[in-house]
Design a binder for this molecule. Structure first.
Ligand SMILES: Cc1cc2nc3c(=O)[nH]c(=O)nc-3n(C[C@H](O)[C@H](O)[C@H](O)COP(=O)(O)OP(=O)(O)OC[C@H]3O[C@@H](n4cnc5c(N)ncnc54)[C@H](O)[C@@H]3O)c2cc1C
Length: 463
């Protein structure tokens, strides 16, 4: 009898296994489907960020912000196939180092390759053999959700998995969905040579972000050569051997595609999991329903994408560790989701944490917000990189409740705001903190200063 049986082998599972091992508890991890490490290392964060960096390097061969530097274009060689091979090698290395070797180092944790299926509370069929545990943690993750658009299945489509395995850039790529994943792939393939069109159903891309910050990203991506249409709910796909067409509501809303990438969200991996046998239930969106402390049934726990709370590697890892310690130590710890930062790793990047203006109004009927442009940030001015903006949201006590940024370094500078949101720091706490000059981080300080004065007429030497 194990103390904890973990079904899944991704971020949530590894974090839970590490926590169980730290507590001296015995655990069994069962994984099948994706290789060890799950989505993030194999078909998610790592390969996509690698290819974005390759695409950025390619872009630098043709474009410079400085008139004194004239790029000569690519004088060496580039091929998508070679980029894919390099990416595969990187992924294999990281999988071996960060997952296989780590698993071997956990002395109280065993592993089985196979599908996990709950047959009764505390009993799991692990690839044909029944194993028993005091607690069971479901950490089976998610996969791309494919919308029921007439004609889409017949036409064929790519998800993140297939897009990361392409050896050539499609001539015309239509991306359905303008969230982080869709935009990252859009930039990768645009820079690899595809003509890319992004179709987003909501009024603006990255619907979770502040609209004015998303608008900065849209302008930057359009300037980079990507066509973006918002408010575009796809009605049908007309498959064709030579020409496939993706159509929105109006006759003029049809876009030709050689490949279609579906990036419209995720669905939980719960098929044949048998979690109802342990009292588990699904919520309306089809994810496993769990309490704030990740309890999902009788001695049953769930963490990571399979709960659909916030599909991020960081959240999956934190939830996995919390679920394991809650199960094994009888705790009821949770995560403050308002203080979880996230990012879109395009260039420029977009990052956010906490409440948007609309969310603040909905929750508290109050919002005090300030937005500053990178055109006011000395660092951005000095290096001619002014396409960017930061928006801060504060409450009645001037505590920072949310921050959204688009621009170079956005995914780095968001951490200052994250700390502020998490610790309830005020606008003055940011203002009174000396920042390195000149840095992009000063954009956060400038946005804080904007609560107290007109920053458009201010010397950059203000203390
Ligand atoms: C293209 C892309 C880019 C991303 N970029 C980022 C990023 O930059 N930053 C970030 O924070 N997040 C990013 N994410 C999200 C992040 O990858 C996920 O949130 C995270 O990996 C989820 O971890 P998990 O442990 O919940 O699930 P997973 O990592 O998916 O692991 C679940 C594992 O369980 C296995 N499994 C499923 N069913 C069973 C079963 N019945 N029995 C046994 N095993 C089973 C699966 O095959 C898989 O191996 C990205 C995702 C994608 C797709």
């Amino acid at each position: 009898m194990y103390d904890l049986i973990i079904i899944g082998g991704g971020a949530a599972a590894f974090s839970a296994a590490t926590k169980a091992n730290d507590l001296g508890a015995t655990a069994l991890m069962i994984n099948s489907g994706l290789p060890l490490g799950g989505t993030c290392v194999n078909v998610g964060c790592v390969p996509s960020k690698h290819l974005l960096a390759v695409a950025e390097a390619l872009k630098a061969t043709t474009q410079s912000a400085f008139t004194s530097v004239r790029p000569a274009g690519i004088s060496g060689s580039f091929s998508v196939k070679a980029a894919r091979a390099e990416k595969d090698e990187l992924v294999a290395g990281l999988r071996a180092r960060n997952y296989s070797a780590v698993l071997e180092s956990l002395e109280h944790v065993s592993f089985r390759q196979g599908r996990g299926r709950i047959v009764a509370p505390g009993k799991v069929d692990a690839g044909g053999e029944t194993v028993e545990g005091r607690h069971v943690l479901i950490a089976t993750g998610s996969r791309a959700s494919v919308p029921p658009i007439p004609g889409l299945r017949e036409a064929g489509y790519l998800t993140n998995v297939e897009a990361l395995a392409l050896d050539e850039a499609p001539a015309r790529l239509v991306v359905i969905g303008g969230g982080p994943l869709g935009l990252e792939f859009a930039q990768i393939f645009s820079r690899f040579g595809s003509h890319v069109t992004v179709l987003e159903a909501q009024p603006h891309i990255v619907p979770r972000a502040e609209p004015e910050i998303a608008a900065v990203l849209q302008a930057a991506l359009e300037a980079d050569g990507i066509a973006i249409r918002t408010g575009m709910r796809i009605q049908r796909v007309e498959p064709g051997l030579i020409k496939t067409v993706v159509c929105g509501p109006a006759a003029t809303d049809c876009f030709e595609a050689d490949a279609i990438l579906v990036a419209t969200g995720i669905r939980a991996n719960i098929e044949e999991l048998g979690f109802a046998a342990a009292g588990g239930r699904l919520n309306e969106a089809g994810f496993i329903e769990a309490t704030n402390w990740y309890e999902a049934g009788q001695e049953l726990w769930a963490a990571g994408d399979v709960t659909g709370r916030m599909p991020l590697e960081t959240v999956a890892a934190r939830e996995g560790a919390l679920a394991a310690s809650n199960a094994l130590e009888g705790r009821r710890d949770s995560l403050d989701y308002d203080a979880v930062p996230w990012a879109v790793f395009t260039s420029p990047q977009l990052a956010g944490v906490g409440l948007t203006e609309d969310e603040s109004m909905a929750r508290t009927h109050y919002c005090n917000c300030r937005t500053v442009s990178y055109a006011q940030v000395p660092r951005a001015m000095a290096v001619k990189d002014t396409m960017g903006a930061v928006k801060l949201t504060a409450d009645r006590e001037n505590r920072i409740r949310g921050a959204y940024a688009c621009g170079t370094g956005a995914a780095e500078i968001i951490h200052e705001a994250t700390l502020a949101v998490r610790l309830g720091l005020t606008v003055d706490d940011i203002i009174n903190t000396v920042h390195v000059f000149p840095t992009y981080s000063e954009a956060i300080k400038l946005a804080a200063l904007a609560f107290t004065r007109d920053v458009s007429v201010m010397t950059c030497c203000i203390g």
